[in-house]
Design a protein around this ligand. Sequence first.
Ligand code: SF4
Length: 356
Amino acid sequence: MSATEHGSVAERVVAWQSTHGRNHLPWQQTRDPYRVWLSEIMLQQTQVATVLDYYARFLARFPDVRALAQAGQDEVMGLWSGLGYYTRARNLHRCAQQVVAEHGGVFPDTAAVLATLPGIGRSTAGAIAAFCFSERVPILDANVRRVLTRLLGFDKDLASAGNERLLWEEAQALLPRKNLHAAMPRYTQGLMDLGASVCTPKMPRCGQCPLASGCAASRAGDAERYPVKTRRLVRRSESWQLLVLRNPGGRVWLQRRPAAGIWAGMHCVPVFADGASLMGCVASLGDASRISCNELQPFLHVLTHRDLHLHPVLVAGDIAERPTEDGGWFGADEWHSIGLPAPIRKLLDSTQAQLW
Ligand code: SF4
């Protein structure tokens, strides 16, 4: 790419964004870092259409960072329930508390300091700083990474931290140089929009792209080979036995998941690695003649790097003992307001007729 083409990338993205990009999303109508941060965290791994409802509900309940910081973790997880990737919700809550405790309730105004907060990586920090403070910093989320590697013909393996650093430097060099107050938010949004709607993973629409004339991948006709990243995540598979336990009062036993791992810190029915362990627990609950035990339909839940094969067993009756050391009995009116993983909530909802 020539120096002239290099210099005009920002101008073309800014001009394209103002006429073809997304300009009416609720979080684009503000420079309030709390609202922008909330949207950026929700938009990680989640489609805009899904985020819209959650964003509105969160803001209605937590209108500012202090309200979120003061909330209980269960309420935050409950409002997040269904969005998935629950580490984001835990970090969201921790981040709000840190902004209040260490920054007087005011979000830092530079990407460098924003990136020190829980759950805010370099790209998210760049987005908040560009949108709210017009700081001249790049972002490199998955969409932008795809646009820039194609544009530049950047075919180095991004599995290497050194190559990743080089791409950040390239991204920095392409940033707008004039009129930063208006240009930085629009350029940042423009790259995101291009990646989402034009420079798509399969069959990019180069004919509609403002960068086509200087794009190395478009010229070579090999856009789909970018970005290059050799390390592939290995998917794993696990089998969990779920104990859905109902007491005579019609409540279900839930316990908190460990602080690390799948569904960390959320409420869940007791999980066992195998059927024998689950039945061992059932045998310890009281008089077997007063307890019924039914296997429910197993189902698959797909996580980012893992397939969970879930085997629920519904146990009901006169339960004399606590099934696990920690945990408690919860009614249907309660499990919608605490942080339950979506598949567990669905399981409890679907078995409600059998439970009550
Ligand atoms: Fe992507 Fe094509 Fe635009 Fe290049 S010209 S950035 S490959 S859409």
